[in-house]
Ligand binder design. Structure first.
Ligand code: MG
Length: 305
């Protein structure tokens, strides 16, 4: 790997891990869980049972390693693992509709889209809506490409349910959180850091580390594979999290002792399936085992919608 990892600014400590010190309001977990269970069929990419107990297992792994005097490490992908990129795509579509001032039936369909209507490929999103307009698809595709990989748009992302609470739980248990993302630093570092902070994720060194690609041309999976040795040297890997089947398999292979968890959200088109030992989840809630009856909802993110 020729690019150095991007370390979070240790001078900008935010102490998100201190309870009550983050900009959260709370919502009853049972209401959220019910809502999520209703959404689950639309979100599922594989017909596979979900296993939230694996989330608890990672926390227990971290505590055990800590008790043994080791430095536990937990590694998370960002896009569609901790962060919901469908919501970012929806904001881009909504901006597009406003700026184009379209009045057609197709524009109305775009304006009515919800987060769960967003597919991994824009072409599939349009197809689902019965939109077959090459000129519109081209203009929307151009808008998407010009905005999706930007500080401006990723700064306002929303997390997948329970993600920040869970990352803080890892840190509280004594773990180091590594965010290993295919986003590239030149286009997205500042927005990513701002967003993680706003969403309540741990961002302070040494308990959190953000690793981004040095440039956009690097292949995501190759970049991640190239970092594994460096991350392994930080301590004992206890949990790895990904939404891309090829990536979670690479992580599971590189860290055979770690609990491997696949986020069953959206992923790029592929025939690869997660290995048998990989657990599936659709969010980061794992019941009473996290010691909390409440889940956070980010105020800024709610207001931004
Ligand atoms: Mg991802």
């Amino acid at each position: 790997m020729d690019g150095a990892p991007v370390f979070l600014d240790s001078t900008e400590r935010t102490n998100f891990i201190e309870e009550g010190n983050h900009p959260m309001k709370t919502l009853n977990l049972k209401v959220l869980t019910l809502t999520l269970s209703l959404l689950a069929p639309a979100l599922s990419a594989f017909a596979h049972d979900h296993n939230p107990a694996a989330l608890t297992q990672v926390i227990e792994n971290v505590k055990r390693a800590r008790a043994e005097g080791k430095q536990p490490v937990v590694m998370f992908d960002l896009d569609d693992t901790l962060i919901n990129t469908r919501e970012r795509t929806l904001r881009i579509i909504q901006d597009f509709v406003k700026q184009q001032q379209l009045s057609s039936e197709e524009a109305q369909k775009l304006a009515n889209l919800q987060v769960n209507d967003i597919r991994f490929l824009m072409s599939d999103t349009l197809k689902d809506q019965g939109i077959q307009n090459p000129a519109l698809a081209k203009a929307l595709g151009d808008a998407f490409l010009s905005k999706f990989f930007t500080n401006e748009f990723c700064a306002n992302d929303q997390q997948n349910p329970g993600a920040a609470l869970y990352a803080r739980e890892v840190v509280r248990a004594g773990g180091k959180v590594v965010y290993l993302t295919g986003r590239d630093a030149p286009r997205m570092h500042d927005g990513t850091l701002e967003n993680l902070r706003k969403q309540g994720f741990p961002v302070s060194s040494p308990e959190a580390l953000l690793m981004m690609k040095p440039d956009k041309s690097t292949d995501d999976l190759q970049f991640k594979k190239d970092t594994f040795a460096q991350v392994a040297a930080m301590g004992e890997m206890e949990g790895v999290f990904e939404n891309e089947p090829a990536n979670i398999n690479a992580m599971a292979d590189a860290f055979p002792a770690a609990t491997a968890i696949f986020l069953d959200t959206i992923h790029s088109p592929t025939d690869i399936v997660p290995e048998a030992r990989v657990s599936f989840v659709s969010d980061f809630f794992h019941g009473a085992a996290d010691g909390s009856d409440e889940a956070p909802v980010q105020e800024d993110a709610a207001a931004a919608n």
